[in-house]
Design a protein around this ligand. Sequence first.
Ligand SMILES: *C1O[C@H](CO)[C@@H](O)[C@H](O)[C@H]1NC(C)=O
Ligand SMILES: *[C@@H]1O[C@H](CO)[C@@H](O)[C@H](O)[C@H]1NC(C)=O
Ligand SMILES: *[C@@H]1O[C@H](CO)[C@@H](O)[C@H](O)[C@H]1NC(C)=O
Ligand SMILES: *[C@@H]1O[C@H](CO)[C@@H](O)[C@H](O)[C@H]1NC(C)=O
Ligand SMILES: *[C@@H]1O[C@H](CO)[C@@H](O)[C@H](O)[C@H]1NC(C)=O
Length: 548
Amino acid sequence: MKMGRRNDKGKRLVGRAIARAIVWLMLPVLVFLVLNSDYMPQVPLQATTLYLVAHAPPSSASSEKTAVHGTPSPATSKQTPGEAPPSPATLTSDQTPGEAVHGPPSPATSDQTPVMAVDAPPSPVASRDEKPGDIVGANKSQGELTRQGDTEATAPRSKSICDFSSERTDICAMQGDVRMHGKSATVYIVLASDDSYRPENGTVKIRPYPRKSEEGTMHSIREVTIRWSGLEDVPRCTVTHDVPAVVFSTGAYLDNFFHAMTDGIIPLFNTVREYEGRVQLVVTDYNRKWVDKFQGILGALSIYPVIDFDADDKVRCFPSVQVGTEGHKEMGIIPALSRKGYTMTDFRAFLRSVYSLKREWSVPVNRTSSDRPRLLMVLRRNSRAFANEAEAVSAATEVGFEVVLGAPEALSDMARFAEVVNSCDVMVGVHGAGLTNLVFLPRNATLVQIVPWGGMSWGSNAAFGAPSADMGLRYVQYETTAEETTLKYKYPKEHAIFTDVASIKRQGYHVTWELFLNGQNITLDIDRYKGVLQKIYQDSILVDPSFN
Ligand SMILES: *C1O[C@H](CO)[C@@H](O)[C@H](O)[C@H]1NC(C)=O
Ligand SMILES: *[C@@H]1O[C@H](CO)[C@@H](O)[C@H](O)[C@H]1NC(C)=O
Ligand SMILES: *[C@@H]1O[C@H](CO)[C@@H](O)[C@H](O)[C@H]1NC(C)=O
Ligand SMILES: *[C@@H]1O[C@H](CO)[C@@H](O)[C@H](O)[C@H]1NC(C)=O
Ligand SMILES: *[C@@H]1O[C@H](CO)[C@@H](O)[C@H](O)[C@H]1NC(C)=O
């Protein structure tokens, strides 16, 4: 959606507003070229401070931005065209049963104007003069990267790269003599006297959570201040680490399994996997439940215990620190934007190794042996439940599947449930956080998402449909009709709920939540459901040549 603009630029250069949007959209390309080159982390510090800032777009440009969303980008052409919308999260922020109820999710809606970095980044002027060649030319071996400790005379020269261009995250990566004091949420970067550049006022502020465009969400995230200072102005190290640190937030919605993955784990994997465990994770807005739940994954990403930034009164010194993780889109990674080119296939292979999942592939079953393809029904209880669950189960059995039920209680033990999911070939469920378990499905398995009544097709697809393609899954979207929702027992046929869904949604997110997300169960039309399953079944069994 970004670079694609280049191809038909001429045609579209109509009107200043659009031109401005294009200019803005090109900036990330420049920045990511820098971020992608391998002199970024862990490289010695010969060059002068590099400070790259792409300015957030003026808010007036944001309306054009929406129009740009559909344009495919060469960088992401292998991806599903449906690039992550500003916030389909709103449709998926239901709680996994058994987890704490955080109330309805943020009122931020998908048509919300993205609000860019509130703390205006410093002037980008200096960055543009930098010649990346200088830095590349100055590379030295890894071994030269040793901490200079606290010795005043030999402070290493520092290098920093900040990127404010992404719609999802702000990031600063600093190398040299970098210190942090968690309690005051401050990261210090020590400048040598001949470093050429400091940001205006010497500070940058970042809220390290990848939902930058949602103002309400971001407001709840603790702000980290990054301060460029002379050695005389920084606190002395009380602990010295010899590995990089990454600071990120576990606040906002991370109790919700969808957000735990899409805002937490996936960006973290993308950011720290390259260190092969030799990286210190530092967490602000410390969410103990999230840390506990994902202990297996966190332990595989870092061999060190997680540090609770907010409670930490030590002054920790690191050879490099990154504030913010690199989130690209809902439930996904865009390989072209990933510094190491990670893909969702890499991520899923990682999950399989963490949870010892056996199956990489779902393969067609031989009918003449007694095996049957396995179909998992993810169940919900209080809303968006199957009102005719028993019939739906019988239907799937009659079609030929071995049916496995994923009750809400089972879902709360993630590691165990991951094995169940991985043993299945088809997963069926109503739109909700439970479908996040698709990350554990073997490749070529099929996800069937049942979209509740209420104009939720687009958001549902953005949350799980489009991401499933990058995961090598097959995807079927089953749209609930007005006949299949239990709303029909509460509202007459002529009600706007059925005749004018858009007018209901215009009343605000809270109404949508109450009515469509919290307010309905689903009575599947069994004949129609069976038809959908029959097709999937045909693809799940071996065609026996002797039948031809
Ligand atoms: C920088 O390092 C890379 C890989 O270590 C090497 O191929 C390249 O020649 C080096 N460049 C310079 C200018 O030393
Ligand atoms: C720098 O400080 C001045 C004076 O305190 C303030 O007006 C200005 O907004 C600050 N600039 C940034 C980028 O924070
Ligand atoms: C996965 O599905 C594709 C497309 O249907 C098929 O060509 C391929 O053989 C399948 N892979 C395996 C391992 O079954
Ligand atoms: C399916 O299983 C039967 C009996 O075990 C076997 O004879 C047959 O060759 C198998 N078919 C395929 C295509 O593997
Ligand atoms: C959905 O069904 C459950 C029982 O399975 C019931 O407790 C709940 O009230 C129903 N919700 C709605 C919105 O009808």
